[in-house]
Design a protein around this ligand. Sequence first.
Ligand code: SF4
Length: 397
Amino acid sequence: MKLSSRSKSYMIPEYSLTGDLLSYLTCGLQYRYQNKGTLPPSMPIQLWFGEFIHGVMEEAYLKWESEHTQFPWDWKKDIRPIEDIIDLRLQVRGLYPKPDHFFTINHPDINMTIDDLNEYDHKKLASARAEKAINVWGADLFPLMESAEVLIKGLREMPYTKNDKRSKYYGISGVIDVLSLINMNEENKIVNYLKENEEFNNIIKGLDEDEYEIIIDYKGMKRPPNDVSGTGNESWDYHERQILTYSWLRSKQEDKKPVAGIIFYLNELVPSIEDLKLIKEDIHYHLTDVGDNEKYEKDIELIENWDEDDEMPKLSEEFKVDRSIRIIPIDDNKITEALEKFDNVVEKIETSIIKEINGCKIQDAWKAKAEERTCEACDFKTFCKGNKNKTKDFIIP
Ligand code: SF4
């Protein structure tokens, strides 16, 4: 029997916002090997924590919804069982944490409490962060949540590529961590942060509605520098574009119009040594929007006097909580700009794919350019011509 093949016009390339577009922006060649070549990274530690904290927050919400457990939650009784469930789910997918970051096989001592995790020397970083994320934000966040893990999809016209187009359109998809409805009269810590944001207030001024839809995204990372001049770190802008694109997809799918996005940078609640080194740099070079003024004088002093071999400084809750939340007001002009930028990324990916289809070598078809830190952890650094550390690796001291 002859099987019919799918008509060419229905082959629409699909791009996921985080899996493809943000991943390509980290490094084109690494994206090609990992995403298009389906080669998983050999040590996906970063991936593990991102997946872990998303899973923990989602499960914690479900538990709160069914049991309405009062905050603060007890780490051993309420949070640790959630960590176990998520860890097992990740193990099935072949994802494991760093041994000193989490009790993955050896369970914590029966008498151990969250204080024994010793947040300041970071023995069990993932548990310390899960506990903080739930107890710092859960009480205010969970009551605002409408739905979690919302899949959104849309179609855009394929941008112009120098070579042939593979299709007239491309598909774009994403998963919104949380959709929430916010009443501005509510007494809530998150609503208070929104009220303090001037741009957001200007946007809702003319709308006069009782409730506003807000997109919420968790990130298992520190707050990126927001002055990207000279840092080479463009995550700040990418994250904003991600929220704006989610908002556009949401308006296409459900005719809803979110007015803001909130990103929680959860590493800020319990920064690692590596995170704190970067926070120190951001403050020193005035690259950050939160934590670099008189309000945080004591914290700045502690951080500036801290050296990576010292014990972690005892930063104030205010400093850590303020740095962990970012408000992104959404307006139509910014959405158009963000979509155009994502079209440009798709154009670049498509151009590389077409080059490869036409016989160009992988390393010549894809751009190899990344931050030094990304190259350091990259599985392809030994043979990649774009590896920033390559020359350093071969310098004999
Ligand atoms: S070594 Fe650096 S430039 Fe090369 S593929 Fe890896 S991340 Fe990209």
